[in-house]
Write a protein of this length. Structure first.
Lengths: 670, 573
């Protein structure tokens, strides 16, 4: 382009923008130059070639048709690209698509934006349905600002990992075809992380376009932080294991050494209390008999490192401790070959009002939270007697007797807790079963005593419905999560939260404690799971990979893994230390409401809205990981699918003896 | 451009009392309305998820509105789906059809039944990973359908077959499924869900059973009975009736041996029950088998001469074979016991010829291997017994002679089938020179021989004899797997059983002993046939069956030749 053309450019630009004075000045300048240099002037207005050029130039400024045109070209180019690089290039399409749409909206071409969106939305529906549904509603520039999702999209760059060659292919194409719009969007919105070598495998790049708050880099930085995922060093299981070792060493000299080695491996922090408990336990005659088996079992757990609790944890009464130890000794060992027994509690006549179900640690109490603001607790020990009486009544229910007495005349089979003023969304038993927490749409959490059958405390702090509440594994503390996008840590004796965990970009839907009580995990509608340090309140991990809202979480008993289930029926198992997904578990066809690890961590049970309980073998993968082998063989398998009779499974709970309890409401199949 | 048309906005504006509403304003508002609706829906979906539901209800929308600090929409809390009606004159304007309700009516109406209170029932979903079959658990796939299919049969018949099924239909309409938790709410009234404790046969199934049995007993030649049989063979909900049918068949067979048509009908019932893929009949086989075998080898079936009891026996033979084929692997003693019974019947000269016929047919139906192993060895002695019965001069009784000829025909067919089967598995004549075959055979035999001596078996034919005689089974079966060495281990047990009866085909063993091992051998043989491509085996088989053929020819004369394909015949004769 020679000098003259540049001048013409400038002139047209000024003219178009209405800078007439500047244009005149320029013209005058040109005239002067022309007269002085005596060069041939170019008739701007009459030269057809130039005017055409300028027309396209001015059109390209904001021609909405160009978006559609260029995008469809880019799309067809991508689809016809080489197979090896196709999936990487396809990932570029989605951000380009949404940004095209948002650009169109921002420039006010609503109609065009709508047609553009509808033309191409099918391409992305499978992967990003929920996002598309959200974006579909954006119909004016003001919405873009207002809607958080769109806002954050427009103010952050998308990170895409791409291999060198794909990147070059893309750039070549864009330059060659003069797709300035696309080029602009790609430059502006996408942050390419070009890696040399071969393109990544398809499975690796699931995380690419999930929206995370600030930046992928920030997430990576967060995930660099250290997580002490080990078990509590003074846990009962640990103690049981140690007593096992000691009694063994008393018996056999040979094993003594081994025991010592084992003991040296652990951190040699032995408080006086622990010693006392060992002595106390030694008196127990049953130990010698069962020690060996329990030791074998405990060995599987003992590979996990021990950590100190950051919180001051409550002291357990001795008799409770004893009973728990008894349970641990009698635990059934589960594996892929030995599947658990499942006891199912079916809620009937719920009239679609049951929002949540919770089962106490020993399975004796079952709580249901209802949409009529009530919390009902059934004592399953007493259920047998009632079944007899109701059975009798059931037999002659055709007689009008029932009408006269009515259901209220009958003695209720449950304890009714009234106090909430909105649907109860979650309930959680304390580890010993003497307290229940319930959270409700009325923004409060209430603490109830099962001994007194009364409300003890009402915790107010959240500003929006509290979706989930969960007792600490040791009791006393609890965590809650809410629509207000925070999770909070509370202790039973204070009405103010101790910590507020803020960072999620959407509702925090579920919360679970890590087994060592130092962390909580939260699952959110922003499709991420986060791990928070309880003492500092910081986010220490972000787990990205789910494609829809997270509904359920579970922590493995060795503290190393976490499982999360989402709306689509996908379950993902995460390694807490690395923050990576071990394997997705596919199988459910609908929402995964609940997840539970068996006590030794070998099985994962999942309950879903598709009316099944699935049991997954999670040992194979952990073994593979422990030996640091290459992935690929570590596919987790579904061991068993247990269909229920049109009963979505709301809650699952392994007892200490590894009996699995499940609860759900019978739903009508019409 | 937005899914909310401007007309809707205008109508809503009118409804809240804004009369002068410009089109521009409506156009501007429409997109925003859509956006707000989507926003509320998004919140409502969250509420739905947290209520553990997969269908959106009006309550969820109300909750979402509350979340947004908007006053909820009142009046939609009723359970039923909302019925919208199209406004006349407008293409896309809908309204809710609200009826005017008289206060008087409402007040005077009887109180509705109070909804039942929530309760919990507990059951085992699985015990150590296995789901117990209890009504609380999801039924085995297809069972539910079966009930309906059964009903359909009754329904159809009430129209087509002219049965007096109207009563049945009437009852069907009211009858709820017997399965406890299955209880649906039929009329919107809450129904308490009861769980049955004991095994109850539903009324429909009882009626079904009654109809079938009645048809079988009295009208087995009707079209209706054929439909009933189809129903028996296909319906999936009939499992609860199996014990009843079993009992019914056993009972009727023991009582009605004189009634030919009844017996045939019963056998057909059994046959069709066996065909039904949804029924597990194995637990009842031990009750069924005696009656079935009775129909095969009973002395008299039917009381009239015209009764074609041969046909019944043929049919029953097929039935028995089908049972053995299907459940032989579950009950490994089934076939053994059956063949023993049949063979006993055949070899007892005091039995009637009709019984012999049944036994021959039964054995023949069990397959050529059984025939070869059990029937052929006894063929010579038996035919010598049978021959006098067949001759006009020795047996004056026309009926007896006819029976004898029948038996002879059955024997001929069985033997012929057997030899045909043996011959047809060979590939068209092998072109390899005989000497090389002999060589390989000899080597193989040596190898296997060595192995055998180490195993210390009782009878060991000399090597030379094997090499020349060939047909000793033991060697050939053991020589067969040598090309595939991994099979050697599997072949050894076969050797064992073979060595016990080294020359079973030559008919020197007492027929009663070791029939089990023989059936095992049969399996081994069929395995061998699969691998018939292996040369020595073919050669041995050729020799073996050649010999067999010669012996059969001696016994039957020209009659057997019709069973032999032409090329083979040219080779052997």
């Amino acid at each position: 382009m020679d000098e003259l053309q540049v001048v013409e450019f400038v002139a047209t630009y000024l003219k178009k923008k209405g800078f007439s004075e500047a244009e005149n000045a320029l013209q005058a300048e040109i005239q002067r130059n022309k007269s002085s240099n005596n060069t041939n002037p170019i008739d701007i207005l009459n030269d057809p070639e130039l005017s055409k050029f300028f027309r396209t130039f001015s059109e390209s400024e904001d021609g909405p048709a160009r978006y559609q045109d260029e995008y469809s070209k880019l799309r067809s180019w991508t689809y016809s690209s080489l197979d090896l690089y196709k999936h990487e290039l396809l990932h570029v399409l989605y951000p380009v698509f949404i940004h095209c749409f948002m650009d169109l909206v921002a420039k006010g071409h609503i109609q065009e934006a709508r047609t553009f969106f509808n033309n191409f939305r099918e391409d992305h529906e499978m992967m990003h349905l929920r996002d598309l549904q959200k974006l579909e509603g954006v119909l004016s520039p003001s919405h873009l600002e207002e809607m958080e999702f769109a806002h954050s999209l427009r103010h952050s760059k998308v990170n895409i990992k791409i291999c060198q060659y794909s990147y070059e292919l893309l750039l070549q194409y864009l330059h060659k075809t003069q797709s300035t719009k696309m080029l602009g969007i790609i430059n502006e919105r996408i942050n390419f992380q070009v890696s040399p070598g071969q393109p990544s495998s398809i499975s690796d790049d699931a995380e690419i376009v999930t929206l995370i708050g600030s930046n992928q880099d920030a997430a990576n930085q967060i995930n660099q932080k250290e997580v002490h995922w080990g078990l509590l060093e003074d846990s009962l299981e640990n103690r049981l294991e140690k007593t096992g070792l000691i009694s063994d060493s008393e018996k056999a000299e040979g094993e003594n050494k081994e025991a010592e080695i084992d003991e040296n491996k652990k951190r040699p922090v032995e408080g006086g209390k622990q010693g006392a408990s060992i002595k106390k336990l030694k008196k127990d005659k049953a130990i010698n008999a069962t020690a060996k088996t329990s030791r074998l079992e405990a060995n599987t757990v003992s590979t996990a490192p021990r950590v100190k609790p950051d919180l001051a944890l409550p002291v357990m009464p001795t008799e409770v401790e004893q009973s728990i130890l008894e349970d641990l000794r009698n635990r059934v060992h589960l594996s892929s070959a030995a599947l658990p027994s499942v006891s199912f509690y079916t809620f009937i006549n719920t009239h679609n009002g049951l929002n949540c179900a919770s089962i106490s640690q020993d399975g004796s109490l079952v709580a249901g939270g209802f949409s009529d603001s009530s919390l009902k607790v059934w004592d399953m020990a007493k259920l047998g007697q009632q079944a007899v009486s109701s059975g009798l009544q059931g037999e002659n229910d055709t007689t009008p007797r029932e009408d006269i007495i009515g259901p209220n005349g009958r003695k209720r089979s449950y304890t009714l807790y009234q106090g909430h003023s909105g649907p109860v969304y979650s309930a959680s038993f304390s580890p010993l079963g003497d307290f229940i927490l319930s959270s409700s749409a009325d923004t409060t959490i209430r603490l109830w005593s099962t001994k007194l059958n009364a409300n003890l405390v009402c915790y107010k702090g959240h500003n929006y419905p509290v979706w989930d509440v969960q007792f600490n594994p040791q009791g006393h503390y609890f965590a809650s999560s809410s629509h207000d996008r925070t999770a909070r840590i509370w202790s039973m004796d204070r009405i103010q939260p101790l910590r507020i965990m803020a960072g999620h970009l959407s509702d925090v839907d579920c919360v679970r404690w890590h087994i060592n009580c130092n962390y909580i995990a939260t699952g959110s509608s922003d499709k991420t799971v986060r791990l928070w340090d309880v003492s500092s309140g910081e986010c220490v991990r972000i787990f990205i990979g789910h494609r829809s809202m997270i509904l359920s979480l579970a922590m493995s008993p060795d503290g190393r893994y976490m499982a999360s289930g989402d709306e689509d029926g996908t379950i993902m198992m995460w390694d807490l230390a690395s923050g990576r997904c071990v394997t997705p578990l596919m199988g459910h066809t609908s929402c995964v409401w609940t997840l539970a690890y068996s006590c030794e961590g070998s099985l994962l049970a999942s309950g879903s809205a598709d009316c099944t309980v699935k049991l997954w073998d999670v040992t194979t993968s952990t073994k593979v990981l422990k030996t640091e082998e290459k992935s690929g063989t570590n596919r987790l398998r579904s061991l068993k699918t247990l269909p229920t009779k049109s009963t979505p499974v709301y809650s699952l709970q392994f007892s200490r003896r590894n009996l699995l309890f499940a609860a759900g409401a019978l739903s009508k199949t019409s | 451009m937005s899914i909310v048309p401007k007309e809707t906005v205008e109508v809503i504006a009118q409804s809240i009392g804004i009369s002068h509403f410009s089109t521009d304003a409506a156009l501007a508002l429409a997109p925003d309305v859509e956006y707000r609706i989507r926003e509320i829906m998004q919140e409502a979906i969250k509420c739905m998820r947290h209520s553990r539901r997969t269908t959106l209800t009006t309550d969820d929308v109300d909750e979402a509105l509350k979340l947004r600090n908007v006053e909820p929409v009142y009046g939609f809390a009723s359970g039923g789906p909302l019925r919208f009606r199209r406004a006349i004159g407008y293409r896309d304007l809908f309204y809710l059809d609200d009826k005017d309700v008289e206060f008087k009516e409402v007040i005077e109406a009887p109180l509705p039944r109070a909804p039942l209170d929530t309760s919990i029932v507990c059951h085992w979903l699985a015990i150590e990973g296995v789901q117990p079959v209890i009504p609380e658990n999801a039924p085995v796939q297809g069972l539910k359908m079966g009930y309906l299919a059964g009903y359909n049969f009754l329904w159809q018949n009430s129209y087509t077959g002219g049965l007096e099924c109207n009563v049945v239909c009437g009852r069907l309409a009211i009858a709820a499924p017997s399965n406890g938790t299955n209880n649906e709410q039929k009329d919107g009234l809450p129904v308490e869900i009861k769980l049955p404790v004991k095994h109850i046969l539903s009324r429909e199934l009882q009626l079904y059973f009654d109809k079938i049995t009645e048809l079988a007993v009295s009208r087995s030649d009707s079209v209706l009975f054929k439909q009933a049989l189809v129903s028996l063979a296909t319906d999936s909900g009939l499992h609860p009736l199996v014990p009843y049918f079993t009992y019914f068949v056993a009972d009727e067979v023991s009582r009605g041996l004189n009634n030919y048509s009844l017996l045939f009908a019963l056998m057909r019932v059994v046959w069709n029950l066996l065909q039904n893929p949804h029924i597990q009949i194995e637990p009842y086989l031990h009750q069924l088998m005696p009656s079935v075998v009775t129909c095969l080898v009973a002395k008299r079936l039917g009381n009239r001469l015209a009764d074609n009891h041969w046909e019944l026996r043929d049919f029953t033979a097929k039935l028995v074979a089908a049972i053995c084929k299907r459940y032989g692997h579950v009950y490994n003693t089934l076939q053994t016991r059956l063949t023993k019974t049949l063979l006993n019947a055949l070899l007892d000269p005091k039995r009637a010829l009709t019984q012999h016929y049944g036994a021959v047919q039964g054995l023949a139906a069990l397959g050529p291997n059984v025939v070869r192993l059990l029937l052929l060895p006894n063929l010579g002695p038996y035919l010598s017994l049978l021959e006098p019965e067949m001759l006009l001069e020795k047996q004056k009784n026309e009926v007896k002679r006819h029976e004898a000829w029948r038996v002879y025909g059955a024997l001929l067919q069985a033997a012929g089938q057997c030899i045909y089967d043996r011959l047809k598995i060979f590939p068209p004549l092998s072109s390899l020179p005989a000497c090389s075959v002999w060589k390989t055979n000899g080597i193989v035999a040596t190898l296997s021989n060595k192995r055998k001596t180490s195993m210390d078996l009782e009878e060991q034919p000399p090597l030379k004899k094997i090499a020349t005689d060939g047909p000793v089974d033991a060697v050939s079966t053991s020589s067969m797997p040598t090309p595939m060495e991994e099979d050697a281990a599997a072949a050894t047990p076969l050797d064992n059983s073979d060595a016990d009866h080294p020359s079973s085909s030559s008919g020197q063993i007492p027929p009663d002993s070791g029939s089990e091992s023989r059936s095992k051998r049969g399996k081994g043989d069929s395995q061998a046939q699969k691998l018939s491509a292996i040369l020595p085996q073919i050669w041995k088989d050729d020799l073996n069956s050649g010999k067999l053929l010669v012996s059969l020819f001696e016994l039957f004369g020209e009659g057997i030749l019709s069973f032999i394909p032409a090329p083979e015949m040219s080779l052997f004769l």
